[in-house]
Design a protein around this ligand. Sequence first.
Ligand SMILES: [Zn+2]
Length: 252
Amino acid sequence: LADKVTGIVVHTANYGESDRMITIFSPDVGCVDAGIRFIRRPKSKLRAAGQLFCYGQFMLHRLGAGKYTLIQFELCDSFFDLATDLDAFSYAAFLCGICREAVQREEPAPGLFALLLHALTQMCYNKEVPPQDIGMATMLKMMDELGFMPQLTACSVCGKEVSGAAKFSARLGGVLCGNHADEDRQATDLSAGAASMMRLVLEAPMNKMAGLRLTPAIRQQWFAAIPGFVHWRMEKRFKSSRLLEIFHQING
Ligand SMILES: [Zn+2]
């Protein structure tokens, strides 16, 4: 019994003496774990399939309920350059972590998959936009796709309209009005410009991300707000802190 799955490798873990387990994220069947036997031996033909970010067609042999082993593989893109840039690698790994946490087995997630594929492509090949910017814009869009839109125009505590510069609370889920700016001591500054760039990204189709241009000041404010926002939402919903490790890599 063989299953053909098109997808992206979003997680890898070595086991045994020369084997590796990969998690493939597919738009049609969600996340699938598959073992690759003997991949760490020098002559393994399946070597390329065992790398993080690898995109291709995986032929799986079903061993039992939810257990697969990889028997054949056809590469579409390895996104090799992502491994040569630490920023690009960390952000790409964070996006893969979101998908792995949020998508279950047998759960189609074409929207999330399209966002991941687009982001990896942009971070690998578009040298005009810093990988951090693509990474953070994609985090926002992925959160929206998962139903966690940050509050950008109304106070996250009282719902009162907020305009102009404000505080952003990753924990409370968005901006805070003047009365509630002290509700979260870790809240960070968010200028009107930084907030409106967030709204722009959320409203625009993903192919507009190639034209994203952030000023250093906005990038800095996004950086203080967005990865933390993702982390809090994901932990609350999925009760897991596996993302935390990758999050610390981004935070240096
Ligand atoms: Zn308020």
